[in-house]
Design a protein around this ligand. Structure first.
Ligand SMILES: NC(=O)C1=CN([C@@H]2O[C@H](COP(=O)(O)OP(=O)(O)OC[C@H]3O[C@@H](n4cnc5c(N)ncnc54)[C@H](O)[C@@H]3O)[C@@H](O)[C@H]2O)C=CC1
Ligand SMILES: O=C([O-])CC(=O)C(=O)O
Length: 309
């Protein structure tokens, strides 16, 4: 029997991540190639015409899994009945800025959209915040949508995780699919800590620790870390626009692994509200007033959650 369609919200859908992301969702990259979807796309009135253009292209692409498209500038209509919400809407930073520099513009968006989601999304809606500063926006959304379980509100650190896998694969000249179990600790910001201490590579002689194969602790403790921390800025410098295809792909990875699970023995990174696991203090710290107070909005996901969980 055919599966019931899952409703997936993408906010900021007329933007560059949205343009890369919606076709991936419609092709089954996010939820599987046997899972029909209905796309809900939200943007703001100045982008309404562009949003309608994206809707026209989705129709023109004739995706077999795509069972409907809602394209709207009304947050309530966009949020109604959604099972998955990918929150991309907001403003990207420009060259020379840190991600926290877009905080004043973007945080207010997440306050406003929290209540639309809380009141109109399907029960147990899973939320992924992509817009920067991602950890802070996720925390704001959690605070202003208290009836959504905290474990259902997450933010994207999977792009950093995938960047770390990519750097190791290039350094060792191995397939990226053979590298696993890096961890991203901390904010999705230049203060994050990409951790390879448990990471392994699948070799002809079995699984080997990354540190043993790289044999270059100076690189692993120095250039590797700064490259991952600064990769977003490097992309902005090169493209004059922030990363989009890798962000969209990582957002699909994040939701797919959350809903469908990771392969046995593999874990991935996602920003979650800390419950005290991994020796990270529970909840946001009240002793810091800087961005550090959001540090606990971070962790790794060692187990899948069912869509209904
Ligand atoms: N967490 C991560 O790993 C990454 C996060 N980002 C962040 O994602 C966000 C989006 O990036 P891009 O798509 O490149 O930006 P963009 O500017 O191309 O698109 C953003 C879209 O959001 C829309 N928007 C603005 N306010 C909105 C609101 N209140 N409701 C709904 N839509 C709204 C804009 O009209 C625009 O269409 C940025 O904040 C960027 O910094 C980008 C890359 C990676
Ligand atoms: O760096 C930025 O502003 C966009 C982003 O979050 C990333 O590429 O990781």
């Amino acid at each position: 029997m055919a599966k019931e369609p899952v409703r997936v919200l993408v906010t900021g859908a007329a933007g560059q991540i949205g343009y890369a992301l919606v076709p991936m969702i419609a092709r089954g990259v996010m939820l599987g190639t046997d899972q029909p979807v209905i796309l809900h796309m939200l943007d703001i009135p100045p982008a309404a015409e562009a949003l309608n253009g994206v809707k026209m292209e989705l129709v023109d692409a004739a995706f077999p899994l795509l069972k409907g498209v809602v394209a709207t500038t009304d947050a309530v209509e966009a949020c109604t009945g959604v099972n998955i919400a990918v929150m991309v809407g907001g403003f990207p930073r420009k060259e020379g800025m840190e991600r926290k520099d877009v905080m004043s513009k973007n945080v207010s968006i997440y306050k406003a959209q929290a209540s639309a989601l809380e009141q109109h999304a399907a029960p147990n809606c899973k939320v992924l915040v992509v817009a920067n500063p991602a950890n802070t926006n996720a925390l704001i959304l959690k605070e202003f949508a208290p009836s959504i379980p905290a474990k259902n509100i997450t933010c994207l650190t999977r792009l950093d995780h995938n960047r770390a896998l990519g750097q190791i694969s290039e350094k060792l000249n191995v397939q990226v699919s053979d590298v696993k179990n890096v961890i991203i600790w901390g904010n999705h910001s230049s203060s994050q800590y990409p951790d390879v201490n448990h990471a392994t590579v699948n070799t002809a002689a079995g699984e080997k620790p990354v540190r043993e194969l790289v044999k270059d602790d100076a690189w692993l403790n120095g250039e590797f870390i700064t490259t991952v921390q600064q990769r977003g800025a490097a992309i902005i410098k090169a493209r004059k626009l922030s990363s989009a295809l890798s962000a969209a792909s990582s957002a699909c990875d994040h939701i797919r692994d959350w809903v469908l699970g990771t392969p046995e023995g593999t874990w991935v990174s996602m920003g979650v509200y800390s419950d005290g696991s991994y020796n990270v203090p529970a909840g946001p710290s009240h002793t810091h007033v800087s961005l550090k107070c959001f540090l606990p909005f971070n962790s790794v996901l060692p187990r899948p959650l069912a869509l209904s969980e």
